[in-house]
Design a protein around this ligand. Sequence first.
Ligand code: SF4
Length: 464
Amino acid sequence: MTNDSTILDERRAQVFRSGSGDIDIACNRQSLAGAVSQRACVFCGSRVVLYPIADALHLVHGPVGCAAYTWDIRGALSSGPELHRLSFTTDLREKDIIFGGEPKLEAALLELIERNKPKAAFVYSTCIVGLIGDDMEAVCRRVEEKTGIPVLPVQSEGFKGSKREGYLAACKAMFRLVGTADISDVPELSVNIFGDFNIAGETWIIKDYLERMGLTVVASVTGDGRVDDIRRIHGASLNMVQCSGATLDLAKMIEEKFGKPHCRVSWLGIEDMAESLYKVAEHFAHLDPGIMERTADLVRSELGKIMPGLARYRADLEGKKAAVYVGGAFKAFSLIKSFRHLGMEVAVVGSQTGTKEDYAELAEVTDPGTIIVDDANPLELQEFIKEKDVDVFVGGVKERPIAFKLGVGFCDHNHERKIPLEGFEGMLNFAREVHASAMSPVWNFVPRREARHRDVGKECGHDE
Ligand code: SF4
């Protein structure tokens, strides 16, 4: 069992073991001060959502450290402009903090817009701007009038809540663009991709599937994103929302104002990928009777390509254990199913921003004894991994050192990764990654695992 003193008293309600009664996990609240949460701040939350909009200027109004922290923060690819990859900041110093940073912000915006000719500018508020009270709204309005492009304040002061508040701030900023362009040429068989960030080109995989089904993709929010596409979002008939924490608020705002419905999807793993495509096809079946058959053909042909490879990896991975710690809970659901496909059990699962409903669903789909955790810290994760003796840990850049220090395999499933893990081909890439890491012989030399290595050696008839 986990060393009981590892979990701080104030955090106990945020940890649950499947099968130990009805789940009533505490979540969606501010991180406990001093607990060293794995979460990022509000500003970072909004930055990760808006970052992939490639033809916009992204200006961080704050100290240079905030900008450096989120510089080129995602592996979000663009098929055209790459202005998003530059990190601009007003570099607020002591003098600006005493006398106010508004003149510096206005000068920076005018200079950068003149130099880079962006389609729009997003201006991010940081902790210090929240403290000194610069009127970003007024500065943005003035610059918008002078330059003629949308200049959008993102009210994302780092301290004002959890990372989820940052997602909401990003959605509110984008919503100002929606409905500002002509949609007369948008066909009825059209969709928007929400909550996909084109990490390693994933949006392109999904877009290809949708086009093969006969659908037109109007906008992607925000992978390979463009300002002009976001202005026309309201023209599409359906918004497909993945990563609900990040973009669901925008989908709801559009539904309320423009009456366009949304559905939840996940492009990860075999079942969720296929189910999502069928769900979208069903939505349009009354307009296009052939769409169900085309979707079935697509799923059949894509599965045929990956199943032999998956079977090979499963033969080695059967019976191994995994731990999962991700930002949004939607990914955890898909990962549990993906691991089952590989014959593996998820023994620890947690997220930074899950809701009560998310965790209730996790308790339902996990095996008895699985540890479910909200807003974990490195010490807790370390103890859980040791207790469950997992073979591979799935997380992001902040979780990687935990895995390697403990001598277990690691699979990067966060936004820095360079390999696409969405779509059917993404499932095969995922299996390959997990296999390469979990099966590496290097883990046999970790002192904590020597006994296990000896036992395996004896079972195989080898002398130590
Ligand atoms: S906004 Fe605040 S919490 Fe976020 S990086 Fe800047 S100083 Fe740190």
